[in-house]
Design a protein around this ligand. Structure first.
Ligand code: UTP
Length: 290
């Protein structure tokens, strides 16, 4: 099974980050010096993705500009001999014809955003990456999934165990057979209350999906929060082919949430040779003063 296309739903409103997201898309918020969406695109590229499909919305044009050449800036950097900055800038842009944008006119939910990409995806398996789930790992998370899906075929979601009191924040798996790495998906529930959750294994923002998901999304069933939920459409595919949750290796940061965003900033900052000492010194100082 080859996964060539990836969908990046970036049509959400990002209300938890207002006022920062009033004029700036949430996905353009930087962790250290790179926007969240660029981490996601680089992860997809490392996993062998060749076509990058963005489902955008109102006020998201900065994302299109980010993945385009900026001639004035490049000219300026080059005339000032800022080679490193120039290289950093050029590394961002996927090749001609490899990027497509479609617009979700109304933010009706993640499932609706994915459905908006149906004609660009066509009849083949594809990946979905949510940029606000940022994953720090040795092997990029999507690459781990592509390799695992190569063994299993069918649908696959990245999963992690969460504290039971947090199940109402996630899509939760009803687990069949489980070898500790791959868990067979027997059912899926969106945001169940802790007492009703079939497990504590939760879906995070990485998916490999078969195109049948579009048939279910096309029914536009409203789920949790009155939104068209991707989890509900995925739940309809249980039993119609292989479907697994992969416990990926790595640490996931929920950058759609303020605390997760700050944690990611510290973790990614501490992973940088140019920042580790300065940031580490500062952190030890403020921890001592607590
Ligand atoms: P979130 O649930 O984080 O919603 O979406 P949000 O609107 O982005 O942020 P808050 O909760 O208001 O702060 C998860 C992902 O799904 C996309 C978002 O862009 C994000 O990547 N999404 C969500 C859409 O593309 N369209 C939607 O209608 C909803």
């Amino acid at each position: 099974m080859r996964v060539r296309k990836a969908v990046f739903p970036v049509g959400g409103l990002g209300t938890r980050f207002l006022p920062a997201t009033k004029a700036l898309p949430k996905e353009m918020l930087p962790i250290v010096d790179k926007p969240l969406i660029q981490y996601a695109v680089e992860e997809a590229h490392a996993a062998g993705i060749e076509e990058f499909i963005f489902v955008t919305g109102r006020g998201k044009t900065a994302i299109e500009d980010h993945f385009d050449y900026s001639y004035e800036l490049e000219d300026l950097l080059s005339s000032r001999n800022k080679i490193e900055a120039l290289e950093a800038l050029r590394a961002v842009v996927p090749g001609a014809g490899q990027v497509a944008y479609t617009r979700q006119q109304e933010p009706l939910g993640l499932g609706h955003a994915v459905w908006c990409a149906r004609n660009l995806v066509g009849d083949e398996p594809f990946a979905v990456l949510l940029a606000d789930d940022l994953i720090m790992s040795e092997k990029p998370c999507l690459q781990q999934m592509v390799e695992a899906a190569g063994e299993t075929g069918g649908n696959m979601v990245a999963v992690m165990d969460v504290p039971r009191e947090h199940t109402s924040r996630y899509g939760i798996l009803d687990v069949g057979s489980d070898d500790g790495r791959l868990a067979e998906v027997r059912g899926l529930v969106e945001k169940p209350e802790p007492a009703a959750a079939p497990s504590t294994l939760s879906v995070i923002g990485r998916y490999i999906l078969t195109p049948e998901v579009f048939d279910h999304l096309g029914k536009k069933h409203l789920g949790a929060g009155g939104e068209i939920q991707l989890t509900d459409a995925m739940a309809k595919m249980v039993g119609s082919g292989p479907f697994h949750g992969l416990r990926f290796e790595g640490t996931r940061f929920d950058c759609g949430d303020k605390l997760g965003f700050l944690q990611a900033t510290i973790a990614f900052g501490m992973a940088r040779d140019d920042l580790r000492t300065g940031l580490g010194d500062y952190l030890s100082k403020i921890v001592k003063d607590l």
